[in-house]
Design a protein around this ligand. Structure first.
Ligand SMILES: *[C@@H]1O[C@H](CO)[C@@H](O)[C@H](O)[C@H]1NC(C)=O
Length: 287
């Protein structure tokens, strides 16, 4: 080939190749991958479906370590609703928030208040300032969660009103002198006044009905019942003036009347437990 031919080929070959590619309509650049509308139209989809609420049913909810159990207080029958709640360590101070129908409890391993749905799924509601063994828990009617260490030695009022600007924050805290009884849960019963009620273990034997005032932050002993079980770690309130108390050691569920001092009685036989706490939708007056 002459030098001129070389030169012509150098020019002609790429032109020919380019022409061939154009004729083939090769997709040198693929169609741009963007959809016509880069952002979805409102309403935007929820990132995750909201957790299923409870339904203010008649059951007692019992947390034993990281296992959530639903108890039929009338028969003592029970079934597991969720396991490995939160980070799968012990949850205590269980309370039922009447404003969102979710359960709340304190997980000591993370020092967090977690929100527990009907299927046992959970999410973080608050991180507390000081870690302590919070084991007493319940809600008032306004959506404040009252948690405390044993005997309410240290207590905190936490705002868990849905939509509140202070949601998840401690709005009040304090200490309480011992009632001389061992107290492991408390329950608010609207009809029975501005108190958190409990059944404390009397060191000389038997149990005592006691109450802690929202305004006074003090305990009062209402009645002593010698000779009955004590060591009640889970309480369930009913807004007719009765609380049911589950005994840790033997699982018996006792009924205590708040409005008169009638003798407590064994209502049913539930599950025993070493670490537990109870909650219930107090507005439901059936069992
Ligand atoms: C409250 O209701 C429960 C469930 O029906 C019942 O067992 C209890 O006796 C009632 N208490 C009062 C004080 O009426």
């Amino acid at each position: 080939m002459s030098p001129l031919s070389h030169f012509l080929l150098l020019i002609a070959a790429p032109l020919a190749l380019g022409r061939a590619l154009l004729d083939l309509h090769l997709p040198l650049f693929p169609e741009h991958p963007y959809p016509e509308k880069p952002y979805p139209e409102p309403p935007y989809p929820e990132p995750t479906p909201p957790p299923p609420e409870l339904t203010c049913d008649k059951y007692g909810y019992l947390i034993q370590y990281a296992q959530l159990i639903r108890i039929d207080i009338d028969t003592g029958g029970y079934e597991t609703v969720g396991t490995a709640i939160g980070d799968n360590s012990a949850v205590n101070a269980l309370g039922y928030n009447p404003l969102d129908n979710l359960l709340y409890g304190y997980q000591g391993s993370t020092n967090q208040v977690i929100r527990i749905a009907a299927d046992g799924s959970s999410s973080i509601a608050a991180t507390l300032q000081n870690a302590a063994g919070y084991i007493l828990g319940d809600f008032d009617a306004q959506g404040y969660y009252w948690v405390a260490t044993q005997n309410a030695a240290t207590w905190i009022k936490i705002d868990l009103r849905p939509g509140s600007p202070a949601y998840g924050q401690a709005v009040e805290t304090g200490t309480t002198p011992s009632p001389g009884r061992s107290v492991a849960d408390w329950v608010y019963v609207p009809i029975a006044g501005p108190y958190l009620w409990s059944v404390g273990a009397n060191p000389i034997g038997g149990a005592s009905l006691i109450r802690w005032g929202f305004a006074t932050h003090q305990w009062e002993i209402i009645a002593n019942y010698p000779g009955i079980d004590n060591g009640f770690g889970a309480l369930y309130g009913i807004n007719n003036g009765t609380i049911f108390a589950s005994n840790n050691a033997n699982g018996r569920i006792w009924a205590f009347s708040l409005l008169d001092n009638t003798q407590p009685y064994i209502a049913s036989q539930g599950p025993p437990s070493g670490s537990n706490d109870g909650a219930r939708c107090v507005a439901n007056v059936e069992i």
